[in-house]
Write a protein that binds this ligand. Structure first.
Ligand SMILES: [Zn+2]
Length: 93
């Protein structure tokens, strides 16, 4: 009878989602931080657009040893702004 042990190894959590709670200097609080790739998915844009936003200071981000992590709340705000100005093309410049 090994059914009980097998059941205890059921998959937990979602491996695709590796966001982290970190301090955001822009929000001045702990927020969810994601990679540029995840940020692009959330905002529905390309990663290149995400990097454009970073350069223009449109979104908050922090850098750890080798990764850029982007503030999710800033992305959502920015996304809403873009949706309101729907007359503009999706890719800037
Ligand atoms: Zn932020």
């Amino acid at each position: 009878m090994t059914i009980e042990t097998e059941e205890s190894i059921v998959l937990r959590g979602s491996p695709n989602r590796s966001s982290a709670l970190m301090w955001c200097p822009g929000c001045r609080r702990q927020v969810e931080m994601v990679t540029p790739e995840q940020a692009a998915q959330i905002a529905g844009v390309s990663t290149r657009t995400i990097y454009l936003w970073l350069e223009s200071g449109a979104v908050h981000f922090v850098e750890d040893r080798e990764h850029l992590l982007i503030c999710v709340s800033a992305i959502s705000l920015h996304k809403e702004k873009r949706m309101r100005r729907s007359s503009e093309p999706d890719t800037v410049e």
